[in-house]
Design a protein around this ligand. Sequence first.
Ligand code: ARG
Length: 404
Amino acid sequence: MHRKEQAVTERVVLAYSGGLDTSVAIGWIAEETGAEVVAVAVDVGQGGEDLDVIRKRALDCGAVEAEVADAKDEFAERHCLPAIKANALYMDRYPLVSALSRPAIVKHLVAAAHRHGATTVAHGCTGKGNDQVRFEAGIQALGPDLKCIAPVRDYAMTRDKAIAFADKAGLPIATSKKSPYSIDQNVFGRAVETGFLEDIWNAPIEDVYEYTANPALPREADEVVITFEAGVPVAIDGTPVTVLQAIQQLNERAGAQGVGRIDMVEDRLVGIKSREVYEAPGALAVITAHQELENVTVERELARYKRQVEQRWGELVYDGLWFSPLKRALDGFVNEANQHVSGDIRMTLHGGRAVVTGRRSEQSLYDFNLATYDTGDTFDQSKAQGFIDIFALSSKIAAKRDLA
Ligand code: ARG
């Protein structure tokens, strides 16, 4: 039986951005599947258009229902904050901007699918990237009964065909405005790829950047004090802030100093090496501060072990396993390790760098009297020699054998 003849028409929830591809996808999915399309737009700080405008456009493009959600605070608290606590930097550099946003969007998609009785969730990703994995692994974790479709990947909805579709259907969306790049942005940062950047010898031009000023231009330095409580940024220069405000304010101030530009070739989960240019001024400033406060407040063995956990956490999140048991368990570890990460970090923001210049904490493990080389030294140096003799004993015995 053809689906259109079924008593109840199936429904598909579409992750809607308001852009050309997902606007066309509304009608395209309806044609391919015979289903009704419910558009869901989730604002994680992409900037740009008003949510009501986006909602209306979805309806004008043929969605039977359209929902928009301001998820900026939720994204900051539940997705960026765990990444800050984990000092998460994939391949030691990338603060997981897009990887963090997908599970935040997935929560809204699955909730909408359940609310609207949808059987399927659709997204606009291609078949070559990480984001398709993050969407679908997340959907499978939160809604195991839901099916997933991706029109660009599954129905060969190319850009040219999408433009032709939009023109033919008279969709209320500009089809001429063509960015030379593929861009994904949210409150935690911005990712730019494709175009001339695909030649990895080509340097990025200033035109690529939006969140950051050119770090090479002369300007006055900025100094900022970030206060943390148990790993959470709670104040900037003494004024209380939400996590979202902390990231936004640091985006402005660190961005104005050119902090947070990253140009890298990265390993995608699908096996491709790809070149991406990121700018994440707030993320890198707050992680730099958080790392240093950990250096002051976290005991050595815990700190050393946490570095391995951080790397694994970043890989899991990059690979789309946000809702996995291992990621959840590591979150427990990371939260426990952050119990004492409270205090102030002072940083100079200048010339593209965020440099820590001061730390202050009631939870500090830095003991001036143990560290000092001046009067007041309480460290008993006479104990050091015996400690070293025993500490080095096993390698000394081995050396005697190997040098013989
Ligand atoms: N490569 C990054 C990641 O996998 C960002 C992908 C976002 N897309 C883009 N159009 N730049 O997390």
